[in-house]
Design a protein around this ligand. Structure first.
Ligand SMILES: [Zn+2]
Ligand SMILES: [Zn+2]
Length: 217
């Protein structure tokens, strides 16, 4: 667990990197993906954050390393609400997508969960407390992948949660041309900090750009 900027945390890595924002409001704590270990999430209590205060979890895409513990987390904390893009929603809400989610490849049994809301279109804003989570559709890695942009005023930084910007391109699931277009879209956001799903946290803006550019052909 590490604070990236005030009230924005890297919870840890289990399958993917899991990030958390403390909205200090009735909307409580917001997770970006939940990964594969409930114990890791429970450990936020060591940092004076109550895992039962997690009210929302924005899912960046349907891969199992990002969603494995959704049902377990919901069992532990009934208040949590999930959000994902409509084009990835069926695989999260319904059984029978073990191949697409890579659950079968990981040897993990996935229990579907209901979404509070299916995000649609190119951009939707989820407002929790005073935070506006800009959910940007970045198809390619999966059809309904999203990146999440937070523009903070104190400190004044743009944080981009771009979970699987590295890919990979998976036959039958990914679309290479869309992926390339999406990479350009996120690069041009000129974020100051990039929280990636598997390769760490990049800053300042020049490092973010450099990281994303390496995947653009
Ligand atoms: Zn993925
Ligand atoms: Zn991933």
């Amino acid at each position: 667990m590490k604070e990236i900027v005030k009230d924005v945390y890297h919870v840890g890595d289990s399958g993917c990197s899991v990030f958390l924002v403390n909205t200090k409001s009735d909307d409580g704590l917001v997770l970006i993906d939940c990964g594969m270990s409930l114990n890791m999430i429970k450990r936020i209590s060591k940092y004076n954050l109550n895992p039962l205060d997690i009210k929302h979890c924005i899912i960046t895409h349907f891969h199992i390393d990002h969603i494995a513990i959704c049902a377990e987390l919901k069992e532990f904390n009934k208040k949590i609400k999930y959000y994902a893009h409509e084009l990835d929603a069926d695989a999260i809400e319904e059984p029978g997508y073990e191949k697409e989610t890579a659950a079968s490849w990981y040897g993990v049994r996935y229990t579907p969960v209901k979404l509070e809301r299916r995000l649609t279109g190119k951009k939707e804003i989820l407002k929790f407390g005073s935070y506006e989570f800009q959910c940007l559709h970045i198809p390619g890695h999966t059809p309904g992948s999203i990146a999440i942009l937070l523009e903070l005023s104190d400190p004044k930084v743009k944080i981009l949660f771009g979970q699987d910007l590295h890919g990979p391109i998976i036959p039958g699931v990914s679309d290479y041309d869309n992926y390339q277009e999406s990479l350009k879209l996120v690069r041009d956001l000129e974020a100051d900090i990039l929280c990636e799903g598997h390769f760490g946290i990049f800053q300042p803006a020049s490092k973010v750009k450099e990281y994303i550019n390496q995947y653009i052909k």
